[in-house]
Ligand binder design. Structure first.
Ligand code: F6P
Length: 547
């Protein structure tokens, strides 16, 4: 069979040719068309989202060619397979159904002849009862005290999603305090436990496999901390498990009644919609958790049913592909202008980079083009005083997503207007820059001498032409946060299909899990080890200098 050559397809070749003709065009020039915002923006009224992608280096031909590429890649056909429970994660022979977890219309979805909605709804009801009981005091600690603190112990998808959401929506919190411990570094657990009282603390052990070294080590430490003070009988009131692995949960000593299941069709990095979201439901109340699911569900319908040309995740995916594969942009900045969303870029790193950090295509061949970009970012305006210098003036080409909110949940003086002034002006400056003439004029007006103007001018010019997507929500609510996450999930899905990679396995991470377990005994004993010369000597130093 001939190898599939994506770069030789007419759709790729057309983009390549077109790139050569447009790559030097400046956004200033593209904006000579007065109607550009109308042409290249989308407003979704039911969620209050405005998506402005007019500050991208595209014209109507680019857009047409990108949409042709998406069409030929059959993104919508693959999306339908995913939503209907086909086993599109073929290397693990699994369906990919995080969308079923927020299927608010409750239409049956079958995997291996079984309607998964039945168990999904059962678990949701169990989450509702548990989170209500915890908040009302129906569920008490072993000494009869109300739970004031919940500690989620998990890592990767069993940590990042719930942690980010609890932080993003803390304005709406009505439940106990939530804490997150993920790192196997004892400092993480130590710093959380030192503030807590075992009588009023509940541990949620979140692990899809219930075998992850970090999580199990942390859970054992937490259990020890609890039982030393309250005895073994305390485990049943103070430990909850979220997992797909009932056997391991029972072996750990957690009662099956205190376990919330999920399924192998939920990928770790897509699991915040499942029982893994229990800490969110406890913190915000179950109704808000449902609103969160509803927001994502609205985007699911939008993604499945909207023509490509008006489909926000599709356009986000196509633009990312445009810069990644033609402009050579190896990284992508995500910049939320909301302190509540300061953990969003880190959360997104796992979703995007664990999904599309792949080199092997559908056919099992090594790709000869770039796949997933490096995702990074920080909340505005903190990032402005750190790395924006490089985005504006550095030699790297970095497309950016600016995420903002018209109405923040809180109102503190005129902070929000000042924050959003930065949101608007930074997008504008990145796109349009500051020309030589403008710089000279500004310096002259400021009374700078002619010789100084000559010296300063080259340093003060902003080339601009840095692409910016502006994602502007009317409000930050559980519903809109659910929608925002789902937008990115589907963007990443669409890009995976365009790059022809499996976005749902993570063999690159699995190797690390296995290797850490092999090396561990060598750090405990002084045994000679068979590693390469560098690792062998590092381990030797670790062992001989250990106090
Ligand atoms: O990092 C790899 C990974 O498998 C993630 O996908 C997952 O979220 C994380 O490890 C934790 O795994 P588990 O939930 O099984 O403890």
């Amino acid at each position: 069979m001939n190898k599939f050559e994506l770069k030789n397809t007419p759709q790729w070749q057309n983009l390549e040719k077109h790139y050569l003709s447009i790559r030097k065009t400046h956004l200033r020039e593209l904006f000579e068309n007065e109607n550009r915002f109308n042409t290249f923006s989308i407003r979704e009224n039911n969620l209050g989202i405005t998506f402005d992608y007019s500050k991208n280096i595209i014209n109507s031909d680019t857009f047409k060619l990108l949409m042709e590429f998406v069409k030929t890649a059959m993104v919508n056909e693959y999306a339908k397979k995913m939503f209907s429970g086909e086993k599109i994660n073929w290397t693990e022979k699994r369906a990919v159904l995080h969308t079923a977890l927020r299927n608010r219309s409750n239409t049956p979805i079958c995997v291996d002849g079984k309607n998964v909605m039945i168990e999904i709804n059962e678990v949701l009801n169990k989450m509702k009862k548990f989170s209500n009981d915890l908040r009302s005091g129906e569920w008490l600690g072993v000494t009869g005290k109300k739970i004031t603190d919940v500690v989620n112990i998990g890592i990767g998808g069993s940590d990042l999603g719930p942690k980010m959401v609890c932080e993003a929506l803390k304005y709406y919190a009505v439940g106990p305090n939530v804490h997150f411990v993920s790192n196997i570094d004892g400092a993480d657990m130590y710093e959380v436990l030192k503030k807590l009282n075992p009588e009023t603390t509940l541990f949620i052990v979140a692990s899809k496999t219930f075998t992850t070294l970090e999580t199990i080590t942390n859970a054992l430490t937490a259990r020890n901390w609890l039982t030393v003070k309250l005895g073994d009988k305390a485990v049943k009131n103070h430990f909850i498990a979220l997992s797909t692995n009932t056997k391991k949960v029972i072996e750990f000593g957690i009662d099956e009644k205190n376990m919330f299941i999920f399924w192998d069709f939920v990928g770790g990095r897509y699991s915040l919609w499942s029982a893994i979201g229990l800490s969110i439901a406890c913190y915000l109340g179950f109704d808000k958790f449902v609103e969160f699911l509803e927001g994502a569900s609205c985007i699911d319908s939008h993604f499945l049913n909207t023509p490509y040309e008006k489909n926000i995740p599709i356009i986000m995916a196509a633009l990312g592909f445009w810069y990644n594969n033609f402009f050579g942009a190896s990284s992508y900045a995500v910049l939320p202008y909301s302190q509540y969303l300061h953990k969003f870029p880190v959360y997104l790193q796992q979703v995007d980079m664990e999904s599309n950090g792949k080199t092997v295509n559908f056919e099992g061949d090594r790709v000869d083009y770039e796949t997933g970009p490096i995702i990074w970012g920080e909340s505005g305006t903190n990032g402005q005083h750190s790395f924006y210098q490089l985005i504006h003036h550095g030699t790297k080409f970095i497309p950016c997503d600016f995420i903002g909110f018209v109405n923040p949940p809180e109102r503190v003086g005129d902070h929000h207007e000042k924050l959003m002034a930065n949101y608007f002006v930074q997008g504008e400056a990145l796109a349009f820059g500051l020309s030589k003439d403008e710089v000279i004029e500004n310096l002259r007006k400021a009374g700078v001498s002619l010789p100084d103007i000559k010296v300063l001018t080259p340093h003060k010019i902003f080339e601009g032409n840095k692409p910016v997507n502006s994602i502007l929500f009317d409000e930050l609510t559980p519903k809109t946060l659910g929608a925002l996450i789902a937008l990115y999930e589907h963007k990443i899905f669409a890009q995976g299909i365009m790059w022809r990679v499996n976005s749902f396995d993570q063999w690159g991470v699995e190797l690390g899990k296995v290797l850490a377990n092999i090396i561990l005994p060598e750090l405990k004993a002084q045994a000679d080890n068979k590693h390469d010369n560098s690792t062998k000597n590092l381990i030797k130093i670790f062992n001989s200098h250990k106090k």
